[in-house]
Design a protein around this ligand. Structure first.
Ligand SMILES: Nc1ncnc2c1ncn2[C@@H]1O[C@H](COP(=O)(O)OP(=O)(O)OP(=O)(O)O)[C@@H](O)[C@H]1O
Ligand SMILES: [Mg+2]
Length: 259
């Protein structure tokens, strides 16, 4: 199959859902329609609405059912409504002609009151075996519901963000678990797309420290690794990339470095 199909979130999610091991870690993801959004909000309370072919957190909307009605957040703006009808007629204006997906919202762990998640980089090593080459944590901009660096997120060493929730041993176990998920994801996707060489897997943790895969990127950016105190991961990522003909950017303009 041609690799260009791999921009669709729905398509990628459907492929990895074939793995029962992964399926338990993927929040319900469906194509958006009005009645499904209404039902999913009643069931889960919070839903992420995203462009099927989006990137960099652009156009991602968090929708919630509250005690008083409904609210949604896009960028830094929050909109409130007293009925589903009025909320939907407002939110649909953002959609245009694009295809959108709905995903069950995960209540992410927070650090300094801001949600965070992780990006796991996995690449083909010189022996053409899948290998996890690095992970960074991303802390959301103080007023946003997305953690992307390009949306003002801050890049952290994963253990720094995990330290309030898990001791060293448990943090290491969580990181290994995320690597395992990335590995199974890469193995699964490359069965259909053998030409894949690298993936960036976006993983969030809920309050019980269970990992959830939000999406898989087939053209991941290496530059946030340049903001970590240890440069070893970046060096390896760039070297592996070179071996299969990818030139990674190593300067980061948008994401912030952890204080
Ligand atoms: N189901 C969810 N529950 C909680 N947070 C979510 C969910 N989906 C997305 N997010 C938040 O929004 C961010 C952007 O979502 P996602 O990665 O799916 O979109 P994107 O625009 O394609 O980004 P990318 O640049 O990685 O391609 C995630 O990193 C995460 O912080
Ligand atoms: Mg993402």
């Amino acid at each position: 199959m041609a690799k260009r199909n791999l921009v669709s979130k729905i398509h990628k999610t459907n492929l990895i859902l074939h793995s029962s091991m992964l399926a338990k870690h993927i929040p319900v993801t469906k194509r958006l329609n009005r009645s499904l959004l209404s039902r999913m909000l009643k069931k889960h309370g919070m839903i992420y609405v995203k462009p099927d072919k989006g990137s960099q957190g652009k156009g991602v909307i968090r929708v919630e059912k509250t005690k008083y009605g409904y609210r949604y957040q896009k960028g830094m703006k929050v909109f409130k409504f007293n009925s589903f009808c009025s909320m939907f007629s407002s939110i649909r204006k953002h959609f245009g002609q694009k295809k959108y997906v709905l995903q069950k919202g995960i209540r992410l762990l927070k650090y300094k009151g801001r949600p965070f998640d992780f990006r796991v980089m996995i690449q083909r090593n010189p022996k053409r075996k899948w290998e996890c080459t690095g992970t960074f944590g991303r802390l959301a901009h103080p007023r946003k519901a997305v953690t992307n660096g390009s949306q003002g997120g801050t890049i952290y060493e994963p253990s720094a963000l995990l330290s309030p929730f898990a001791n060293k041993k448990r943090s290491a176990r969580i990181l290994r678990r995320m690597n395992k998920l990335a590995h199974v994801t890469a193995t699964r996707l490359s069965r259909t797309y053998p030409q894949l060489n690298e993936l960036g897997v976006d993983i969030g943790l809920d309050r019980r420290l269970k990992p959830w895969i939000f999406e898989v990127n087939t053209y991941p950016d290496a530059c946030p690794f340049s903001l970590l105190p240890d440069s070893r991961a970046l060096r390896k990522i760039v070297a592996y990339g070179k071996a299969y003909g990818r030139r990674h950017r190593t300067r980061c303009s948008k994401a912030k470095r952890a204080p």
